[in-house]
Ligand binder design. Structure first.
Ligand code: DX5
Ligand code: ZN
Length: 229
């Protein structure tokens, strides 16, 4: 994966009455990936959307290119348990990246293997109180590590400051393993804190309310990119 910073708007905060246009608009405004926050009202206390939404948006993302003329990736964040059945359905529906919470899977290594076997890139997601220990066993298998800087379930929450130290620890683990693994952060990312999160070691940023809550997507994404320079 390229080393540039990734901006991944979460459609959780998009206008669902015109989701296709929202996806086109944020990519034309300078975003890179489209982040799908999938919630099952079991692993987290909220229910969002399933593979059908991914399937309906795939023809749109497939025909888009980022400002750097890169493919627009569908970045699926599974806040579900069990993991494997929905991971398979999202892979079939066109997901490019699938990340899941290790505490939501009985057999983490098998879930990783199964996602990769379907041709998707794979990531693990860590809630604020979730230890990183499992990375000692599987970090070499990963394309992405996603650090939650809020407790999962809702958009519009405030960034948890202690996440910065966790991001620094993950960056050290990625450096030690020598593989190019994306370090994504999700929750409470705004133009006024994205630099701090990047300085801690993140290189991919999920933002829902900070982007879709604004009138001018180009303005807010440009603000984020300027802060990252
Ligand atoms: C929580 C969700 C949110 C969302 C980002 O489960 O994963 O973190 O993506 O929402 P904002 O950017 O509004 O905090
Ligand atoms: Zn997410």
């Amino acid at each position: 994966m390229s080393e540039k910073y990734i901006i991944a708007p979460s459609i959780l905060s998009a206008d669902f009455t015109q989701l296709g246009a929202e996806v086109q608009n944020v990519i034309q405004a300078g975003a890179d990936w489209i982040h799908f926050d999938v919630m099952d009202n079991h692993y987290v206390p909220n229910l969002t959307f399933g593979p059908m939404i991914c399937e309906s948006l795939k023809p749109i993302t497939k025909n888009l290119r980022t400002a750097d003329n890169e493919p627009v990736l569908i970045d699926v964040h599974l806040m579900v348990s069990p993991v494997d059945p929905l991971a398979e359905s999202f892979a079939k529906a066109g997901a490019d990246l699938i990340s899941f919470h290790p505490d939501a899977s009985v057999h983490v290594h098998r879930s990783i293997q199964s996602i990769k076997a379907q041709g998707c890139k794979v990531g693990l997601v860590f809630n604020p109180a979730q230890p990183l220990d499992v990375l000692n066993e599987v970090i070499e298998e990963l394309d992405l590590i996603l650090i939650m800087s809020v407790n999962p379930g809702f958009g519009g929450q405030s960034f948890i400051p202690s996440s910065l130290q966790k991001i620094e620890r993950v960056r050290r683990l990625i450096h030690a393993c020598g593989k190019s693994i994306r370090l994504e952060v999700d929750g409470g990312i705004k133009p006024n804190n994205i630099r701090q999160v990047a300085d801690a070691g993140a290189d991919a940023f999920v933002a829902g309310s900070a982007i879709f809550g604004q009138q001018d997507y180009t303005k807010v994404i440009t603000e984020m990119r300027t802060s990252l320079k």
